[in-house]
Write a protein that binds this ligand. Structure first.
Ligand code: ADP
Ligand code: ADP
Length: 239
């Protein structure tokens, strides 16, 4: 039983500008999938249409049996709580502490009342700190997010997504702004935790070598369409 099914998904940005041209995609529980393709292929649009950070123009997205495309605001909030998102530019709240940033994820969405008042249950704090320790940020817990390096910021982004206890993580070019050493640390953090917690992951990568190193399945996108979908071993050089 797939956790995510996408059928005929299209996104038109404006007359003549298509981000997606009819995507078909199914994700099974716990799968680690790399989405690859040239710049402008539609990778980012695809991930953002899955949780409606971008509104799709046509087609269907079904996540854990729910119709994402027609979900109302309340339903969408609940859907997003089960879909963790990791962004290229981290999207942290920079004047807040590292711990608070992770706790924002525990709430499942950004900007809740408990979050704004800074009232978090002790158990949630302990869990968040344990996650931070696991990715090597035990000495950064109470620092402001803007004091961290890029690689550290992204590990906070990873912990925020994991703290949601999602069924699926969507990582949109998580290492595109990082040096090779930080890239490996961040990819290891995503990969290890997703495997241990049986979280499915779709990660956009423009570097094929990272896709090959971490993913079991590769989805190649070109001009808004899936042009390859299979195991790493079947990947040919022309994608
Ligand atoms: P990728 O993530 O693979 O680089 P994108 O999803 O960012 O690709 O872009 C897919 C296509 O949609 C490109 O042609 C891009 O120029 C276009 N596009 C993306 N975002 C917008 C936008 N906000 N407005 C108009 N066109 C956009
Ligand atoms: P509103 O619906 O009033 O904008 P939300 O709390 O739903 O309030 O969302 C606030 C912002 O955070 C929006 O831009 C939304 O798209 C984004 N957002 C909400 N939940 C998530 C999530 N799980 N992952 C990533 N972004 C999210």
């Amino acid at each position: 039983e797939p956790i995510l099914t996408i059928q005929g998904l299209k996104k038109q940005y404006s007359a003549g500008t298509w981000g997606l041209n009819g995507i078909e995609l199914t994700v099974q529980p716990g799968e680690f999938i790399a989405v690859i393709g040239p710049s402008g292929a539609g990778k980012s649009t695809l991930l953002r249409c899955m949780n409606r950070l971008i509104e799709p123009t046509e087609g269907s997205v079904t996540f854990l049996g729910e119709d994402v495309v027609h979900a109302n605001k309340r339903q969408l909030r609940s859907i997003r709580a089960r879909m963790g998102m990791i962004f290229q530019h981290y999207n942290l709240v920079y004047r807040s502490s590292v711990l608070e940033n992770v706790l924002h994820g525990r709430l499942g969405y950004i900007g809740s009342l408990a979050g704004m008042l800074g009232r978090y249950p002790e158990a949630d704090k302990e869990e968040a700190i344990a996650l931070l320790q696991k990715v090597g940020l035990e000495n950064e817990v109470y620092k402001r997010a803007d004091e961290l390096s890029g690689g550290q910021k992204q590990r906070v982004g990873v912990c925020r997504a994991l703290a949601q206890k999602p069924s699926l993580i969507l990582a949109d070019e998580p290492i595109a702004s990082l040096d090779p050493k930080s890239s490996k640390t961040v990819m290891d953090a995503i990969h290890t935790n997703c495997r241990e917690q049986e979280i499915a992951c779709l990660v956009n990568l423009h570097q094929v070598d990272y896709a090959k190193a971490y993913a079991t399945r590769i989805v190649g996108i070109k001009a808004g369409r899936v042009v390859f979908d299979g195991p790493v071993e079947q990947l040919t050089s022309d994608i």
